[in-house]
Each structure stands twice: as C-alpha cells, then as structure tokens.
Design a protein around this ligand. Structure first.
Ligand code: HPA
Ligand SMILES: [Zn+2]
Length: 339
C-alpha cells in the first residue's frame, strides 16, 4: 500500500497559481519594515498571524495590500521571490508560474522597473540555486480601471519578451472580465497568454466572459463553473486548465469545509484541475500542504494525485525539454513508491 503523503512530498510538482506578494511571511514583513522604515499596524509576528481571519475575498485583500507596503526596493522584490522559491524547493516544486501585482506597487510610488527586475533577479537566483524553472504573469487589479490596466501594460513593454501572460485579480464581484476586453486584446497582440481569476466569488457568467471576451488560456480558481453543466462541458471540451487553490478557498470562505471542496468533483467531471497555494503566507499552507490536506479531506487516491500533478505539468508552459526532464523524475518517484 502506497504511503500517499510521502508520495505527495516526493513527487516533482509545478505551481501555477501563486501571487508573489502573497508569499510574504510575517517575519519577512517585519524585517523589511525595519529595513525600509515603514510603520506596521502590528506589534509582533503573532499579532500579524492573528489578523489573518477572513470572511471573504475583500477582507483578505485589504490586509494583503497593506502587507505589501513594506516592499520598496529592487532588493526587497528579489528577497521576497527568493524566499518563496527556497520554501517551495523543500516541497519538491520544480516549476512555478507566478503572478505579480504591479499596480499594488506603482500606486505607492515604487518604480515598475524595480518591482519586475527584482522579481526576475530572484527567479534567476532560484533557478541557479534550486533548479526551479519559472514564468512571470503580469496581473491587472480589476477594481481599477481598464485605462490603468493599459498604462500598466505599457510599462511592461521593455520586459514583454520575459513575461508569459496577463492575469486579472483582486475584487471579483462587480468587476467582470468584460471590463478588460480591450486591454486583453492588446496583450494578446503582444504575444502574451491570457489568464484570469474567474468563478472564485463571481458567478458562472464571469467564467463565460473570461472565455468569450478575454479568450483565456487558463482559468484561475473556476469553482463556480460547477453551477453550470454546459459551462463544465465546454471547459472539458476546450481542455481549459483550472488553477484551483483549496486552502485559499477555505480561508476565504469559498468553501465551508475542505471536506466539501469541489476538487474531486472537478476531476470526476473531467475538468483539468491543478493544485496551488495562491497566497500561502496568508492562507496557512504552501504547495504540499494544499495537496496533503485536500488528499486527506477528500480521500483522494493515488490516481487522483498522479492526475493532479500531471495536470500541473500539462497546464504549464514548459519547454518540451523541461517537460521531459520533469516527467522522467516523476516516473522515477512513482516507480520507487511502487516497490
Ligand atoms: O485569491 C485571490 N483572488 C483575487 N485576487 C487576489 N489577489 C491575491 N490573491 C487573490
Ligand atoms: Zn489568486
């Protein structure tokens, strides 16, 4: 009988839904606040952790934007990114596709170039030290205007060849994908892929809009697509990957209990679900925690884990060579756990 937790820990994995600002641990928040002379409304690390109780997405976002106020210099963005990669290296995470929220920084007076170059430096160092391959996704804040999204895309121009995709995050309700149809068209013209958070709190209509108007290649979350059978059929037929985040869903009350999480239902319906951590510092778990706790709560089988991990590779934008390397390692781990 396979020891499923040890298999989960040992398998090489990909993470496709991670906001780098959401990996800022309270200890690092204090360190950067001291380094940059930023006042925090907390007295201790325990104080910060105690504040991480959320009834919905907006309550989290308010604290998340406040947390990122300690990020000011290129070095800060490097250190943040490197700390995340070091942490997920311990989870045997081999490939990451991470979001960053440039508008969360430029609106505070941080230069776009400092944020993105710091992140790129961190990713490069992580590749050297841990062998983690990566892509960066530029995410628009959907509570801001489309015009501001256009300005952000403009700022990204010098780096466009090193950016994988655009994404859409922040407050979902009241900010449907249709608001960003034109800026997504422009991003696609520039050769970027299109991703969008949809169906986390928003209705199935937002998922349709993401598909029809933003022409997304991947859906981030997508939980509420399950309310519409025709939509599920379409996502299956079009082979759209969903980047699902179980512990995020629990912390933000998208599900009331992990036992009621739709991940297993998604797999049963043939949806291409992947497992991810979203904002691990705020939601209480990195990549392996998301696999382990969901596996336990939903009684996932070895086949389910194999499917989820492979979906992570298939839904990622890996070179053929990198994918072959990862599948080789994957097969070796599976073989060693069969004995
Ligand atoms: O889970 C999320 N949803 C929407 N916006 C976000 N920004 C960071 N994390 C999230
Ligand atoms: Zn997210």
């Amino acid at each position: 009988m396979t020891d499923l937790p040890s298999l989960i820990r040992a398998l090489p994995k990909a993470e496709l839904h991670l906001h780098i600002e959401g990996s800022l641990e309270p200890e690092q928040m204090f360190e950067l606040a001291a380094r940059n002379n930023v006042a925090l409304p907390y007295d201790s690390v325990e104080d910060i952790r105690a504040a991480y109780r959320f009834n919905n997405l907006q309550e989290f976002l308010d604290i998340y934007y406040q947390g990122m106020s300690v990020l000011l210099t290129k070095q800060d963005f490097h250190d943040l990114t490197y700390a995340y990669l070091k942490r997920v290296h311990a989870d045997n995470c081999r490939h990451v596709e991470i979001f960053f929220d440039p508008q969360g920084h430029t609106e505070r007076g941080v230069a776009f170039s400092d944020a993105i170059e710091g992140i790129f430096d961190g990713l490069e160092q992580g590749k050297k030290d841990f062998g983690i391959s990566s892509h960066l996704i530029l995410s628009f804040l959907r509570h801001l205007s489309e015009e501001e999204a256009f300005e952000t895309l403009e700022q990204a121009e010098p780096y466009i060849d090193r950016i994988l995709a655009v994404g859409l995050d922040s407050s979902e309700l009241g900010h449907p994908p249709s608001k960003f149809e034109r800026v997504y068209a422009k991003a696609r013209e520039k050769g970027l892929k299109s991703f969008a958070h949809a169906g986390e709190e928003g209705p199935p209509e937002y998922v349709y809009e993401a598909l029809d108007l933003l022409k997304v290649d991947r859906i981030d979350h997508g939980n509420r697509a399950l309310e519409d059978d025709a939509l599920v059929e379409r996502l299956v037929a079009e082979n759209k990957y969903l980047t699902v985040c179980p512990l995020s869903n629990l912390k933000l009350c998208v599900v009331d209990d992990l036992k009621n999480h739709p991940l297993k239902t998604m797999l049963n319906k043939g949806l291409k679900a992947t497992v991810n951590s979203d904002d691990p510092s705020y939601f209480g778990g990195y990549l392996n925690d998301n696999y382990l706790r969901t596996a336990e709560a939903l009684h996932l089988t070895k086949d389910d884990i194999v499917t989820l991990v492979k979906n992570g590779f298939d839904g990622a934008y890996l070179t053929a060579e990198r994918k072959a390397e990862l599948m080789h390692e994957f097969n070796q781990v599976i073989a060693s756990h069969n004995t």
